[in-house]
Design a protein around this ligand. Structure first.
Ligand SMILES: C[S@@+](CC[C@H](N)C(=O)[O-])C[C@H]1O[C@@H](n2cnc3c(N)ncnc32)[C@H](O)[C@@H]1O
Length: 268
């Protein structure tokens, strides 16, 4: 927890350098075919390859079809796109606020799979980007009703309420009728309020309908009161089709196999 605090205290650009240096010896010695170097995987320390595969499998279980058009909101450095490129024949669009991730995906995925396309958008996010476009007012660069499936994995957990509301509305706008959005959240309810106490996921900074893990870096991790989040979802014209508790908030045994955050699949 102390290391996490120190890490968050660094400016975003320095956090990237720290990560790059930490993995430099491994990255020099061990080239990984078709995968980003470890030092460039700024999106979390869990098993990048395995998790990506499990997510893609999950989307297919939820109704994704190979020929569907797919939108990856906050596409990072290709955790979803790499395994999806092996199956999806429809159009893929991903956008993200970090140029390094988008550039890596363009060069290493889109070159080989031209129906995959990545867009860098310089959005402000105090965990990732010290300045930039306000995500609460950003309009996704895609036409209305153009995707059958969208995902936002570990993205809303870095967005404050105005941004979350806008992103849900934007997702609803670009999804076709009946289209789905799978997204992860930290959802505060009776069970999670109890189980998170004293763990590394203790959202101690209460902001009314939501809570923060770090009050200086708001986007570090954001949790939402369940009723409030469901209200934002309904305001955007989406409905909850399925809900799975992540293992951050549930007791052992009832863990979601793939994710520590809670998973919602929303339908338009
Ligand atoms: C924890 S990473 C997850 C990346 C990817 N979804 C995955 O599962 O590997 C969060 C991502 O959200 C991106 N991000 C942060 N704010 C954003 C915003 N307002 N719009 C789009 N992406 C954003 C970050 O740049 C980062 O790549």
């Amino acid at each position: 927890m102390l290391l996490r605090k120190i890490y968050y205290a660094l400016p975003p650009s320095l956090r990237f350098v720290v990560r790059r240096l930490r993995y430099l010896p491994q990255d020099v010695l061990q080239k990984r075919n078709g995968l980003p170097p470890r030092g460039l995987i700024y999106t979390g320390d869990r098993d990048f390859v395995q998790q990506g595969k499990e997510w893609v499998q999950f989307f297919f279980q939820q109704g994704l079809k190979q020929e569907h058009a797919f939108l990856d909101i906050g596409s990072g450095i290709g955790r979803i796109a790499i395994p999806l490129s092996q199956q999806l024949t429809g159009r893929y669009e991903g956008f993200d606020a970090i140029q390094k991730g988008v550039d890596w995906c363009q060069q290493n995925i889109a070159r080989q799979y031209p129906h995959f396309h990545f867009t860098y958008v310089p959005l402000f996010n105090d965990l990732y980007n010290a300045k930039g476009i306000n995500a609460a007012e950003y309009s996704f660069p895609y036409a209305d009703n153009s995707f059958e499936y969208a995902c936002a994995i570990s993205v809303f957990s870095h967005l404050v309420p105005e941004e979350t509301q806008n992103y849900l509305q934007q997702a609803a706008r670009v999804l076709k009728k009946g289209g789905k959005l799978t997204a992860t959240f930290f959802i505060l309810d009776e069970a999670s309020e109890t189980s998170m106490k004293g763990t590394e996921f203790d959202f101690t900074h209460r902001m009314g309908n939501y809570a923060l893990m770090d009050k200086h870096v708001k986007a570090a991790n954001v949790a939402y009161q369940k009723d409030y989040l469901y209200q934002l979802i309904s305001n955007s014209g989406l409905t909850v089709a399925s809900s799975i508790k992540g293992f951050w908030s549930s007791q052992r045994g009832s863990r979601s196999p793939i994710e520590f955050q809670d998973i919602l699949t929303l339908v338009k």
